[in-house]
Design a protein around this ligand. Structure first.
Ligand code: DNO
Length: 346
């Protein structure tokens, strides 16, 4: 496995110089952030990222994300131009040495939480999702915002999108996803870039919008649409694990054995009785997931893809992007490499 860390570019309060000091750190996971969704990334922006990362002794080989334009998810006639742009991004990133591209197919909103700074008993703060609070949130105000979301929507855009999605049920979304995959995977094969879809977070429909990448059945269906190793998964333990119906070590074992996991997001979540969840420290005993069983499933299958510790809590007074501080993610990284080393010496 190759250990990686997400970095939001030169604006990120966490510097590459610090990230490289995390033992065993190999790769940086990043993206070009100053281009509207759907546009082609300039060669210069890609080269600048690569140069910064390599100057710090790290590898530029995972992109998260090349976002998918809503017109593609909606299946609008304009999708072909956006798909052509997407293919061009895959080619350009492949030329720059990128090995894996992470993306998702969630309508309108990416990962969703109801609170970003919930204080835990030990004084750290974490991201949480409380079912009762979500019911009170109105996505159409345009005021909700999360670090992973495209914040460029005005209120009117959101209303328009929600109206358009009234025509898109789960089956239609599957059709639109299949159309997209059939166009991009041959390009990814040629470019030598493995595509890795990120599951829906949380793994069920929210705000009445369809969500389809969320359980074993849907992952099986997804992988069959284009049966190529280039059509693979970002297996996010926290996202899939927020649904008590998902057995994470089993899923990791199954898809790693098939060679279809290219990227792992490993974090722990604590599931509450009513379907709510809290992000917790990585250590197994702090959440509902068995981290050793997860890493073991990877180890056993000779996993040689990328792993990142994913979100962390905010600890030691750090401030910054919710979920993406340095300290707790670094603790998570060391915990995961510790499990890996133990397995390798057992
Ligand atoms: C959250 C992230 C997601 C992820 C996208 C991939 O922290 O895991 O925002 O980057 O869903 O497209």
């Amino acid at each position: 496995m190759k250990l990686s860390f997400r970095w939001y570019g030169p604006q990120d309060p966490v510097s590459l110089a610090y990230i490289r000091q995390i033992p065993s750190m190999h790769s940086i996971v990043t993206a070009v952030y100053d281009v509207p969704v759907g546009e082609v990334w300039s060669h210069e922006s890609i080269a600048a990222l690569k140069q910064d990362i390599e100057a710090n002794g790290l590898h530029f080989d995972v992109i998260e994300s090349v976002p998918v334009h809503e017109d593609i998810k909606l299946g609008l006639p304009t999708r072909d131009q956006y798909i052509a742009n997407y293919c061009e991004n895959i080619r350009r990133l492949g030329q720059a040495g990128v090995k894996v591209i992470c993306y998702n197919f969630m309508p309108v909103f990416d990962w969703t939480r109801t609170q970003l700074e919930k204080e835990l008993p030990d004084g750290s703060t974490a991201l949480v999702y409380y079912v009762e609070d979500l019911k009170k949130m109105d996505p159409l105000t345009g005021e909700l915002s999360l670090p992973g979301w495209d914040s460029s929507y005005a209120k009117e855009d959101l209303q328009r999108l929600f109206d358009l999605y009234k025509e898109v049920d789960e089956e239609k979304l599957w059709e639109n996803l299949a159309y997209f995959l059939k166009a991009i995977i041959p390009v990814a094969e040629e470019a030598g870039v493995k595509m890795a879809i990120h599951p829906d977070d949380p793994p069920f429909s929210i705000f009445g919008l369809p969500r389809i990448i969320n359980c074993e059945k849907s992952l099986d269906r997804f992988l069959k649409i284009v049966d190529s190793p280039y059509n693979g998964l970002t297996l996010c333990t926290g996202s899939l694990g927020s649904g008590s119906f998902n057995d994470i070590p089993y899923l990791v074992d199954k898809y790693a054995a098939m060679g279809r996991i290219h990227f792992m997001h490993i974090r722990n979540v604590k599931l509450l009785d009513d379907g709510s969840f809290e992000e917790s420290a990585h250590l197994s005993s702090y959440g509902s997931l068995d981290m050793v069983a997860i890493v073991k499933a990877l180890y056993k299958n000779g996993f040689d893809g990328y792993i990142r510790p994913d979100h962390g809590r905010m600890i030691w007074g750090e401030t910054g992007k919710p979920g993406y501080g340095l300290y707790d993610r670094a603790l998570g990284a060391s915990y995961l490499t510790g499990i890996w080393e133990t397995l390798s010496k057992a």
